[in-house]
Design a protein around this ligand. Structure first.
Ligand SMILES: Cc1cc2nc3c(=O)[nH]c(=O)nc-3n(C[C@H](O)[C@H](O)[C@H](O)COP(=O)(O)OP(=O)(O)OC[C@H]3O[C@@H](n4cnc5c(N)ncnc54)[C@H](O)[C@@H]3O)c2cc1C
Length: 382
């Protein structure tokens, strides 16, 4: 039987980043994925992800996102490839919008560069938009856009170049404690032993950690690309990423990064999935028409024809915070479910945290908000 220091199950954003961090530290690490890195079946696909610093979800994320920026820049320096494009982000919403207000509080509390703009100022600066005169607007210049598929592939390739073993099309059936370490059993009957395991299986994590499953909800999330009506206004140098709180929905969008158009989607759930393999359709004509109506009103430069749509999955916790830490009953198993629709930006930092936890069972990074035992208090290992 082959033996490693750490086995990583799942090479999406989190698993790939942890494999890279482990390899950089000289650990003997092995990674498994049931597909190939950069695939479109999990949560890390669709060309673009927003990274922003003033965090409406909770100001406790700000120190982490600062470290994540540094991590992405280090990956770029190591690989010579760009994954982060600075575009800024415009957050705008109905008067008194709780999300805009909360981002502003977070910016002030953590001394993050930001500008409170009137809608008129925002539109003058970013003419792709057309915002109602009584809306609240906040601009953060340091925000940007990450390229998820490219980043995941770079992380896995860099880890492999540093000595990690990578198995793709390799589905893990079970991870169980064995003495101080773990036994990893694959679908094809092979087994691997390791000193610790990181379970970063995205929306499939409930299959490998069934005691977590009742606490997670998988939701269908579509992403749709619109042809610009004014292409010159939606390039990353002219148009920031955006979050719009219309009072009825939270809509996010990204400028035309790759020449495929402006991507937009709903941050709210678009249906609950029974499991991660359940069929999930791309946006229907009715759904894209509804989104396009919002763009016509608020981002007219982006409201052209629909070019394409895909669907993705959010793995949501009841409090929308991540699950990240040691399994309460088996410290050699590290749990990583950083999603609820906002985890990607942290992957460069979370990879380091997972490597800390797998090798030393502790980390100096502030992750108390994400403790698995808030859900798994009394659970036994399946
Ligand atoms: C539409 C959409 C928009 C988003 N926008 C943003 C954003 O703007 N900013 C942001 O920060 N975040 C955003 N997110 C969230 C972010 O993308 C996720 O938090 C992140 O991608 C989760 O990564 P992961 O590694 O946990 O999961 P995944 O990327 O799904 O990776 C899990 C991996 O595990 C593998 N796997 C599963 N089971 C097994 C098994 N048994 N054996 C072997 N391998 C297995 C899978 O094949 C997969 O590759 C968005 C998510 C979606 C869906």
């Amino acid at each position: 039987m082959v033996s490693y220091d750490v086995a990583v199950v799942g090479l999406g954003a989190m698993g790939a980043a942890s494999l890279y961090a482990l390899s950089q530290r000289g650990c003997r690490a092995v990674g498994f994925d049931r597909y190939a890195p950069g695939h479109d079946r999990g949560s890390s696909h669709g060309e673009s992800r927003i990274i922003r610093m003033a965090y409406f979800e909770d100001p406790a994320y700000v120190p982490l996102v600062r470290l994540a920026y540094e991590g992405w820049r280090r990956l770029e320096a190591h690989t010579g490839q760009r994954v982060l494009t600075r575009t800024g982000i415009l957050e705008a919403g109905i008067a008194g919008s709780a999300s805009v207000e909360s981002s502003l509080r977070s910016a002030v509390q953590h001394d993050i560069a930001h500008e409170v703009l009137t809608p008129r100022q925002a539109v003058a600066r970013f003419p792709a938009f057309d915002l109602p005169s009584d809306w609240d607007c906040l601009f953060q210049a340091d925000a940007g856009v990450l390229e998820p598929e490219k980043a995941v592939r770079l992380l896995v390739d860099a880890a492999e170049a540093l000595g990690a073993t990578v198995h793709t099309q390799a589905r893990v059936r079970r991870v169980t404690p064995k003495g101080e370490g773990v036994l990893v059993e694959l679908e094809d009957g092979q087994t691997v032993e390791a000193g610790a395991a990181i379970i970063a299986a995205g929306p499939w994590i409930g299959e490998l950690v069934p005691e977590l499953k009742p606490h997670l909800t998988l939701t269908r999330q579509t992403q749709t690309w619109f042809a610009p009506t004014a292409p010159a206004l939606v390039t990353p140098d002219r148009m920031p990423a955006f979050l719009l709180d219309t009072g009825e929905a939270m809509i996010y969008g990204l400028p035309d990064i790759c020449g495929s158009g402006v991507k937009a989607g709903l941050h709210g759930p678009e249906g609950v999935l029974d499991d991660a393999d359940a069929p999930r359709a791309a946006a229907s004509a009715t759904e894209t028409a509804a989104l396009r109506r919002v763009l016509e009103r608020l981002v007219p430069a982006a409201a052209g024809a629909v070019r394409r749509s895909t669907s993705c999955v959010y793995t949501r916790t009841p409090d929308e915070h991540f699950v990240l830490g040691l399994h309460p009953e088996a410290a050699q198993i590290v749990l990583a479910s950083p999603c609820s629709g906002h985890g990607f930006k942290f992957a460069s930092l979370i990879g380091e945290v997972l490597a800390d936890l797998a090798t030393t069972r502790t980390t100096d990074k502030p992750i108390a908000l994400f403790r698995p035992d808030r859900f798994l208090g009394a659970a036994g290992l399946a």
